[in-house]
Write a protein that binds this ligand. Sequence first.
Ligand code: C5J
Length: 233
Amino acid sequence: MARVKAEPYEFDFEPKTTALVMIDFQRNFVDPGGFGEALGNDVSRLRRAVGPAERVLKAARKAGLFVVHTREGHRPDLADCPPAKKARGKLKAGIGDPGPMGRILVRGEYGHDIVKELYPEPGEPVVDKPGKGAFYATDLDSILKNRGVRQLVVCGVTTEVCVNTTVREANDRGYDCLVLEDCVASYFPEFQEAALKMVKAQGGIFGWVADSARFLKALAGAVTGGRKAAAKG
Ligand code: C5J
């Protein structure tokens, strides 16, 4: 068992039953020249999370943690896109329309895929989701339950939208969630702050919050502890 110094109190996790969930680190949201920027957002605010998330991803892989990635997007025929979602925002170029990185939020398009620094490795499931929450209309819950996962360490974008929605969904399904505050990001600083506060308020109503350094320290301790125990036999 490993222990992370977190808020509102320590987050205990067993590496064997913990998954790292990487939410929507897609080019369209994170990279300059994508859909996010076309909407007038400052994508450098999202890019900030990539470096810390990359360190966590590498360490998690090395420690043998189960890693899952998600992507928000739709079938090319948009049959899974609610008309209300497509209409929302009255955008000149919205879901399914040609955008700077291919058709916007459509599976298989360049902008829909994950940035190179955090690209999934073979064996890491990629969950394509039509909504904001990663559990809605996906097989994520089955994938996690089949592996015996009970705790989630969460990185991703954006903090107040897909990260927050997914953590709430996970909480209702009985998972303990640790959100790494420097590995999640929002286009809006005030939403970043509020979304993290919401997770850990009222005794951790949706989960826990720590930073990547604290998580990496705990993970390194768990790996060393496991090796020592194995050597003792
Ligand atoms: C948004 C997301 N913000 N991944 N998607 O529309 O948070």
